[in-house]
Design a protein around this ligand. Structure first.
Ligand code: GDD
Ligand code: MN
Length: 376
């Protein structure tokens, strides 16, 4: 056969119970007019998946315009690196990546090819758009997946609804000049971040949990996922998204708050211990005042990076800062009081009171004292 048009990358690890059936199903799903190759990338599966494919290839009665090949890798590293390995060997100009355990229905392959031909650069088979869904996953796995998706979209500014999908297709030349980490499972996420300006289309499908064999997703894969989010976040110094800015500033704001708490405590205590004639309430007032001042200055310089140091500005800002902080304390008292009187337990009321006051404090100061957008 000459050059195939489409290369299907099929990573396998211990898929002896699925591999032959999936190969068969893929072969049936490829449109007659299209020449294709399937590249199995096996990581020396202990259950003999690689040998089963070899055996199958020896007896395969060739269909015109379709071939199957296998790459044997010496050991299991990661799904991502297996997929990249397959892509490097692919001869088609269109690449399709899918699982070998029937979670990804081969019968939507024609739709993927069609979308690439006519209207996009990357097509994602998606569980998270209208018409897509997941069958057979326990709630826990669904939550992990949703949570990971939210993080990917917000931290990495990805627009696709299902950036964690393992079922996708693209034109091979799209990857020219890009260097991949190939960490863990999430090769699509990496492509979506590193390929600039690609047109993306999503096609809904039903993810069917495997019936045979076991998932290879484990704690390590989740760890790799976090690593890859971090690396991709720093990749190219992308402008942080609004939610990342909001949260990182909140982290600084509360770090400053904690430092104020320490300053308050240490000053109030030291004054009375070092100077016996110092009245403890005076010491306490000085402690509070020092903490408020240092909180204000640190938040101005570090948290919100406000560079306007005109006396007028400092005076009004400081007044607002003190005002909102006291308001926070009053609100907290009010909430705790009314909840406890309304029959709630004290610990629960206290949590709600503290959280509301802390959040309100941050948002009011962000918006009104330091004149920033609330979200961002
Ligand atoms: N060669 C190779 N090496 N193949 C692997 C490896 C590996 O280290 N790890 C997994 N595979 C193969 C499996 O044999 C299977 O064909 C496919 O990759 C997916 O692995 P599963 O273990 O079945 O993954 P899953 O079903 O838990 O996760 C699926 O859903 C995720 C969406 O949340 C996959 O489609 C993921 O890619 C997808 O992100
Ligand atoms: Mn699976």
């Amino acid at each position: 056969m000459g050059q195939p048009q489409v290369s299907i990358i099929l990573p396998t690890y211990n898929e002896s119970q699925n591999i032959l059936r999936i190969l068969h199903s893929i072969e049936k799903s490829i449109p007659d007019a299209i020449s294709a190759q399937t590249i199995v990338v096996d990581d020396n599966s202990p259950d003999g998946t690689g040998r089963i494919v070899e055996e199958y290839l020896r007896n395969m009665i060739g269909t015109v315009g379709y071939t199957v090949e296998i790459i044997h890798r010496r050991a299991k590293t990661s799904l991502g690196s297996a997929i990249l390995h397959g892509i490097q060997h692919a001869r088609g100009d269109t690449i399709i990546v899918m699982d070998s355990d029937f979670s990804h229905p081969p019968n939507i392959i024609p739709k993927l090819i069609e979308a690439l031909r006519t209207r996009c650069d990357i097509v994602v088979a998606s569980r998270y758009i209208r018409g897509g869904k997941i069958d057979g996953w326990p709630v826990k796995r669904k939550i992990i997946s949703r949570f990971g998706t939210i993080i990917a979209k917000n931290v990495l500014n990805i627009k696709a609804a299902d950036p964690m999908s393992g079922f996708f297709a693209f034109r091979k030349n799209l990857l020219e000049g890009i260097i991949f980490d190939g960490l863990g499972f999430k090769i699509l996420m990496e492509i979506l971040v590193k390929v600039q300006g690609a047109r993306i289309v999503e096609i809904p499908y039903t993810f069917q949990d495997r019936e045979r064999g076991d998932s290879k997703l484990n704690g390590n894969v989740i760890k790799e996922y976090c690593k890859s989010i971090w690396r991709l976040y720093r990749y190219g110094g992308a402008e942080p998204s609004r939610s990342v800015r909001f949260i990182s500033k909140a982290a600084r704001f509360y770090t400053v708050g904690t430092s104020g708490f320490l300053i308050n405590y240490v000053i109030s205590l030291l004054l009375t211990q070092q100077i016996p004639e110092f009245w403890y309430l005076h010491a306490n007032i000085l402690g509070i005042a020092s903490a408020m001042s240092s909180n204000y200055i640190l938040n101005k310089i570090w948290t919100f990076q406000d560079r306007d140091f005109s006396p007028r500005r400092i005076l009004t800002q400081f007044a607002k800062f003190v005002g909102f902080s006291s308001l926070g304390a009053a609100v907290q008292l009010g909430i705790v009081f009314s909840l406890v009187e309304g029959g709630w337990s004290y610990p629960a009321s206290l949590s709600i009171g503290v959280l509301t006051a802390a959040l309100g404090n941050y948002m009011l100061n962000k918006k009104l004292t330091f004149k920033e957008k609330l979200w961002g």
